[in-house]
Ligand binder design. Sequence first.
Ligand code: FES
Length: 123
Amino acid sequence: MYTERVMDHFNNPRNMGEVDHFNAEGTVGNAKCGDIMRITMRIEDGVIQDVKFKTFGCGAAVATSSMATEMVKGKPVEEALKLTNSAVVEALEGLPPAKIHCSVLAEEAVKAAIDDYQKRRQG
Ligand code: FES
């Protein structure tokens, strides 16, 4: 039911934890299941140097966040803002339909963290 790629990211999640000296933080809740995702980033000169996640979500949330953090790491924030949950699901070669809502957490937390960074800069 889960692709090999999903199982790989679930069993060996990339970028789990909290970035040291982060300057961007986004925490979001999933309206559908009530689970929570927190993403921290260190952004320098508009580029995401480091990014990590922590989640109370399920295995699909772990796998999608692991993939999403890999996809935005090293990218300019403008590019990271274009990340969609469907691009993450595609990179994982699919998710069962009942778990698509889990992938939204990662996308929203990335956007919330970048929003936080931009607010701090205006600060
Ligand atoms: Fe809540 Fe998957 S069931 S994130």
